[in-house]
Design a protein around this ligand. Structure first.
Ligand code: CA
Length: 230
């Protein structure tokens, strides 16, 4: 599984270096030179993590991070702040606004990669699991198989991704925009009703095993996946 990382850094040399070393480490990189450009990239596709320079022309990295942490769609995206200054006070400020980690320039690319992996692991994005198990359901991300008990389900790639998201985020309510974002990504324009179509198909498949009520409609908001039936 490849993770998308958004790098926001105004210094060309550092941005280029980050693109290269993170790309070599197997991450998919999107790079921006300031907060405004970064925000546009974010609207196209929500990354798994942001590597963000503190000092940027225009809006500072720390101010942008503060704003992102208040937006429902982006508040979960982990942020690693880069800074030229190493004062303890800055570190505290960075972590206080919700950054997940903090690195002082010049840093070793190796250490940054290790920290990125640690943050992804902490945020639950790297589970280290090939198999996601919930109740008697098993989703195998390597073989792209979904089974209930000893029965293998016939699901499309979209429904598989939807199930993968649901099984790793049970018992929480997501609206259509959030599901589109998490399962489809935002790089393509898809109508919200597409979500309903796939939810219906998924329920139908689960219904064969008497499990259609795993996907619950929360009126006026969206959907929840839960083993607990109300
Ligand atoms: Ca800078």
């Amino acid at each position: 599984m490849s993770f998308n990382i958004l790098v926001v850094e105004d210094e060309d040399a550092i941005r280029g270096m980050l693109e290269m070393v993170l790309g070599q480490a197997g991450f998919k990189i999107c790079a921006a030179a300031d907060a405004e450009e970064g925000h546009k990239a974010l609207e196209q596709a929500v990354p798994d993590l942001i590597v963000l320079d503190w000092m940027l022309p225009g809006m500072s990295g720390v101010e942008w991070a503060r704003r992102l942490k208040k937006e429902q769609l982006y508040s979960d995206v982990p942020i690693i702040l880069l800074t030229a200054r190493g004062e303890e006070e800055d570190k505290v400020k960075g972590l206080e606004i919700g950054a997940d980690d903090y690195m002082v320039k010049p840093f070793s690319p190796k250490e940054l990669i290790a920290r990125i992996r640690a943050v992804l692991r902490r945020s639950g994005k790297i589970t280290g699991q090939v198999q996601i198990v919930l109740g008697d359901m098993v989703l195998d991300t390597e073989q792209h198989r979904l089974s209930i008990g000893d029965k293998q389900l016939d699901v499309s790639p979209t429904e598989f991704r939807l199930m993968q998201f649901f099984m790793t985020h049970p018992d929480k309510v997501y609206n259509r925009t959030q599901l589109l974002d998490q399962v489809w990504g935002r790089s393509v324009y898809i109508e919200e009703r597409t979500v309903d179509v796939h939810i219906r198909r998924l329920r139908k498949i689960l219904g064969v095993y008497g499990r259609e009520d795993l996907v619950q409609t929360v009126r006026g908001f969206g959907y929840r996946f839960s083993l607990l039936v109300e």
